[in-house]
Design a protein around this ligand. Structure first.
Ligand SMILES: NC(=O)c1ccc[n+]([C@@H]2O[C@H](COP(=O)([O-])OP(=O)(O)OC[C@H]3O[C@@H](n4cnc5c(N)ncnc54)[C@H](OP(=O)(O)O)[C@@H]3O)[C@@H](O)[C@H]2O)c1
Length: 268
């Protein structure tokens, strides 16, 4: 047996999760090849461990997977063309990973993608299926919403005199550092298939999350229920985005906002 470090391609390396995963993978002994379309903001110095990869047009694909033992696939386009990036891009990456003989393709997904018919979630589900149907050995980890996602949702209404929100939606936000720790545990050369999901410590309604955020920000805006009809909203209300039996994270939303972590999101 050799003791060579694991060479790991990390896609989405500049994203919320990718930026958090990268140092953790390195601490766990991985040689990390970080990939995204634009280089990470690291003081302008060229980064020899970063590679340009565009999952839509295939730029950099072959060099990204070359000699990689593990792929941690965290690239996504929730606000862009998720069919092109998350579905077709994942298929393209899987094909390249299969040709390169990757040992474990770890795909990061979201709790509830199989139950909530939101188009981004449908694309995540299609990507999960592509991963499972591929010749590459794989691991799929689903997580609940990261704190910065909830922050962005509330920040979007924060300047309005009244905050119209789907107050009955239920979420289980998780600290992205704790989600990353759990994901790194599965980024070994041994694929594990579908593993138990990773959720935050508490289930809270959007109304409760908004009140905590408003109080932490010292604001006084009224929060009003914005009724959203349909099955997507029904899924978020009924708890399809939750995994209360898997409270892996310990940092609550209240702890996160009161610790000033929202500031770090604002300044990124
Ligand atoms: N955010 C959440 O609350 C949450 C919760 C559970 C699971 N997840 C999952 O966790 C993973 C990471 O999410 P995130 O929130 O960290 O995403 P994010 O912050 O939106 O980052 C997306 C990353 O993908 C890259 N990317 C976008 N388009 C690309 C393309 N065409 N080719 C190559 N790279 C591309 C982006 O870099 P460039 O733009 O420079 O290419 C960026 O590095 C995703 O699979 C997501 O579904 C997220």
């Amino acid at each position: 047996m050799t003791n060579e470090p694991t060479l790991t391609l990390l896609t989405g390396a500049t994203g919320t999760l990718g930026r958090t995963l990268r140092p953790r993978l390195q601490d766990a002994g991985h040689d990390v090849r970080a990939a995204s379309r634009s280089p990470p903001a690291e003081g302008g110095a060229p980064n020899p461990e970063w590679i340009e990869l565009d999952l839509v047009d295939g730029t950099g694909l072959r060099s990204a997977v070359e000699d990689a033992d593990v792929v941690v696939h965290a690239a996504t386009a929730p606000r862009g063309d998720s069919e092109a990036v998350d579905v077709r891009g994942t298929e393209r990456l899987l094909e390249a990973a299969a040709a390169a003989g990757v040992d474990n393709f770890l795909y990061v997904s979201i709790v509830g993608v199989d139950e909530i018919p939101y188009s981004y979630y449908e694309h995540k589900l299609a990507a999960e299926r592509a991963v499972e149907g591929s010749a590459v050995p794989s691991t799929i980890v689903r997580a609940t919403q990261f704190h910065p996602f909830v922050h962005d949702l509330l920040d979007a209404v924060s300047r309005l005199p009244v905050w119209p929100l789907p107050t009955e939606f239920r979420l289980q936000p998780i600290d992205v550092r704790e989600a990353a720790d759990a994901i790194v545990d599965h980024a070994t050369a041994d694929p594990s298939g579908r593993v138990p999901p990773v959720g935050g410590p508490e289930v809270r309604t959007v109304g409760e999350l908004a009140r905590t955020y408003r109080d932490a920000e010292g604001l006084r805006r009224p929060i009003v229920r914005f009724p959203i009809p349909g099955s997507v909203a029904g899924g978020f209300r009924s708890g399809a985005a939750l995994c209360p039996e898997r409270t892996v994270g310990t940092v609550t939303w209240e702890e996160w906002v009161t610790a000033g972590e929202a500031e770090s999101v604002r300044s990124r």
